[in-house]
Design a protein around this ligand. Sequence first.
Ligand SMILES: O=c1ccn([C@@H]2O[C@H](COP(=O)(O)O)[C@@H](O)[C@H]2O)c(=O)[nH]1
Length: 261
Amino acid sequence: MDELIFLGTGDSMGVPRVYCDCMICEEARTTGMNRRYRSAVMIRTAEGDILIDCGPDWVTQMEQIEQRFVSHTLITHAHFDHIAGLPEWVDACRWLGQRGHIYSPSEVLETIRAQFPWLPRHLYFHEIKPEGMELYGWKIEPHLMCHGKNGMSYAFRLTKGDMCVGYCSDAINLSPDQKLFLMNLDLLILGTNFYHEEAEFHTRSVYDMVEAIELLQELQPSQVYFTHMGHGVDVEERYAIPSNVTLARTGMRIALTVEDA
Ligand SMILES: O=c1ccn([C@@H]2O[C@H](COP(=O)(O)O)[C@@H](O)[C@H]2O)c(=O)[nH]1
């Protein structure tokens, strides 16, 4: 049975934030309930694994799940917190003599090539076209999403048999067309930086939970996991969230079947 593992559920700085002594960062340093690596998931299938995003915590994340290698990586957008682990993945490819496969829409791949010009020596670059692609039995479709003040990011819709999963880690203020892409999912993984963010809307780049809950009323997914959470979120707090919403934790696993999702 396919499964999804949360390798990271943190915002762009992760939790704890290196400069911060707040209660949540201190808790993350001690008991570690709120320790959150940068957002990424691994989808495990009988045929092989698919990593979504490869941020600066990639090595630690692989060690945590005791996995030595991954051959196939999808990238949502070329921001530091989603791609900074690529050179380390490529070093692993180089030392193992195995060329990895990286997948994203063309402009994301272009930015990655510009940032890390040596990667194509050890990676096959595959453009995900708007009509999508197939990998290990999953149909994977991309859609460009509003990422607020930080530009645009892709969400992926992954379908296998009856199971339909949406991965949208970095989005805010979605247009009707962008919302349509995330309708009728069995499982939605959605980024929410805070429970309720006080900063002015135009300065922001990711939903907060209060806004996300409103959005869910339109999208109507069966099950939802919030990810990309900053140090304002305490996973032990009893927030007012619907019963089908879970705050994802590092290492959490979800069976990718309609019954279990
Ligand atoms: O052009 C850019 C802009 C930002 N970044 C990095 O992205 C994150 C911010 O992400 P949020 O999810 O919007 O909080 C931060 O790490 C910036 O350094 C980038 O790489 N490129």
